[in-house]
Design a binder for this molecule. Structure first.
Ligand code: G3P
Ligand code: MG
Length: 249
């Protein structure tokens, strides 16, 4: 891992520092701002539609309450997901397919996080893989999940895919564990970078490190110095500009 190279910038839930998270507006803004990729969270409706939303419920981000798994797609689509941001009023919950279509011409990478750690959403992995294959997106996605059973299942369903082991808090020996699961990358929370030997272990296992959520300059710089592959940030425009600035020094 060579420090000093600009990390890729992936927009966390889209450019969610400015536009309502996980909406088409947030993904379009990320592309406009020059992000290299976006990260998004996939949930599944009662009638099996793959939709983009961080929480298992819509309480925090929409003008209604309840579990996504209890809503049909048609019901969810009537709701407002502008999340209190007035200029975005009327913004709808997007499907995964709509996000891929929106970003198709941009060349951006999509980090598809399967949010199936609380609700298991039977059949979700199969649906996601089928969609990605059908859309011709195999080279442009990386899957991740806090549910490592799901990461392992994806290895079987889509051996062609890149997968990241997503985690937080302090599990030990993550790099060798991730390697055993067949992952190409680890997706630690920012604070996990502090563990002694972590960078060296990732290098030994040949794993990329894609870190979340990195917004402050101090930590962006640290990521660049450490040779991190991608930072997942709420402010892609600022991160891109700052890396550029650092590279000029
Ligand atoms: O995928 C990185 C990050 O999004 C994981 O945490 O809770 O923001 O989905 P969360
Ligand atoms: Mg996420």
């Amino acid at each position: 891992m060579t420090g000093g190279k600009k990390p890729l910038v992936w927009a966390h839930r889209g450019a969610s520092g400015e536009a309502p998270e996980n909406t088409l507006a947030a993904f379009a803004l990320a592309a406009e701002q020059g992000a290299d990729g976006v990260e998004l969270d996939v949930q599944m409706t009662k009638d099996g539609e793959l939709v983009i939303c961080h929480d298992e419920t819509i309480d925090r981000t929409a003008n209604a309450k309840g579990w996504i798994r209890d809503y049909t797609f048609e019901e969810l689509r009537k709701l407002d997901f502008s999340y209190g941001k007035l200029q975005y009023e009327g913004e709808k919950i997007p499907t995964l397919e709509e996000v891929l279509d929106l970003l198709e011409p941009t060349g951006l990478t999509v980090n598809i996080e399967l949010k199936n750690g609380i609700c298991f959403y039977p059949g979700m992995e199969e649906k996601v893989v089928e969609l990605v294959e059908q859309k011709g997106w195999k080279e442009r996605v990386i899957f991740s999940s806090f549910n490592h059973y799901s990461v392992r299942k994806l290895a079987g369903l889509a051996p062609w895919s890149k997968r990241g082991v997503l985690y937080m808090d302090g599990p030990v020996d993550v790099p060798s564990y991730a390697k055993r699961l067949g992952a190409a990358a680890v997706h630690p929370a920012l604070y996990n970078l502090q563990y002694p030997g972590f960078l060296e272990e990732c290098e030994k296992e040949g794993l990329d490190i894609n870190v979340w959520t990195v917004d402050e300059r101090e930590y962006l710089k640290a990521c660049m110095d450490m040779g991190i592959h991608a930072v997942i940030t709420n402010y892609p425009k600022k991160a891109k500009a700052f890396f550029e600035e650092l590279a000029q020094q």
